[in-house]
Design a protein. Structure first.
Length: 306
């Protein structure tokens, strides 16, 4: 019995290994096609060390990713990139992309205003996720970034009536996959117009943005201001003038100014009424201009800063 069990386990491992091997080959071919399109569009070179497919979790892992400019200088490196739920031939109900251990190469970024020195020396983690429910048309998008010991950011947005947008987005992705990688016509006017029209029909339902200092956000701001030829006091004066001239409630203004002073945490969230797409939402907000309290109530707007 033991021998039979070991034979079954062995056969299973061999079968899994064979499936894994072919899955890796197929995934790598699809990955190469995607990366070729990015290289063409962004005018960069992308190399990687290895690709691995996790059959049970529907995830692809890419290790040792490097991005080079046209002069063959390494601009950035990524320890691990993972893609989950990516299906080129169908509208994905869940897609997630994560970059872990991303670093920027100082030598390739020659313009100081592009990135403050703190960012050039930091380790980044990124995450993007998109969840879609075909039956209801609900769509959720999440984005996160962390620069170690400097700052973390998180953003999310929820929409209804997203079916047309997701279908248009998928159609454009398929078109790109089928297109000759030597062609520079990655977006036709009709393609861009369809995406734009579908975007305008989305019904925004919720929005959230949060920024947290991880210890050096204040230093990061100082470096950025220096690159712009400004100092902290000049920035505070400009920011204060902009905040007080905005059509916002006093509570919102106080929270923004508290964040500008403390640079520790900023949280902004909104819950929007159902059944309003972007054009109708814009029209309603224009009607409420000059009524900041009514607009804040309409948006269920909450702002906290410290």
């Amino acid at each position: 019995m033991r021998k039979i069990l070991l034979m079954v386990i062995g056969a299973g491992l061999v079968t899994y290994g064979a499936v894994q091997h072919f899955a890796n080959q197929e995934a790598e071919e699809a990955l190469k096609k995607q990366l070729s399109l990015i290289e063409l569009q962004e005018q960069v070179e992308i190399d990687y060390a290895s690709v691995d497919v996790h059959l049970l979790s529907d995830k692809i892992s890419v290790r040792g990713l490097e991005v080079k400019n046209t002069a063959h200088q390494k601009m950035a490196s990524v320890e691990l990139m993972s893609l989950q739920g990516f299906h080129p031939d169908e509208v994905s109900e869940f897609t997630e992309v994560r970059l872990k251990g991303m670093r920027l190469n100082k030598e390739a970024w020659q313009h100081p205003a592009t990135f403050p020195p703190l960012l050039l020396g930091s380790r980044f983690d990124f995450a993007f996720a998109m969840a879609y429910e075909p039956d209801s048309g609900a769509l959720e998008i999440k984005l996160g970034m962390e620069a170690k010991k400097i700052v973390s950011m998180a953003m999310s947005a929820n929409f209804n009536n997203s079916t047309s947008f997701m279908e248009a987005y998928h159609a454009r992705r398929q078109q790109r996959l089928q297109m000759d990688t030597q062609s520079h016509a990655l977006n036709s006017p009709s393609d861009s117009g369809r995406i734009s029209d579908a975007w305008m029909q989305l019904e925004p339902r919720a929005f959230m943005l949060e920024v947290n200092s991880l210890g050096q956000l204040s230093d990061l701001l100082d470096q950025h201001l220096k690159n712009q030829g400004l100092d902290r006091e000049a920035f505070k004066q400009m920011f204060t003038e902009q905040v007080y001239s905005a059509d916002s409630t006093q509570k919102v203004k106080d929270a923004l100014l508290a964040f500008a002073e403390g640079l520790q945490r900023l949280h902004i969230s909104a819950q929007l009424p159902e059944g309003m797409n972007f054009p109708s939402l814009t029209t309603r907000l224009n009607e409420l201009y000059g009524q900041p309290e009514a607009a804040a109530d309409f948006l269920n707007l909450k702002v906290e800063g410290s």
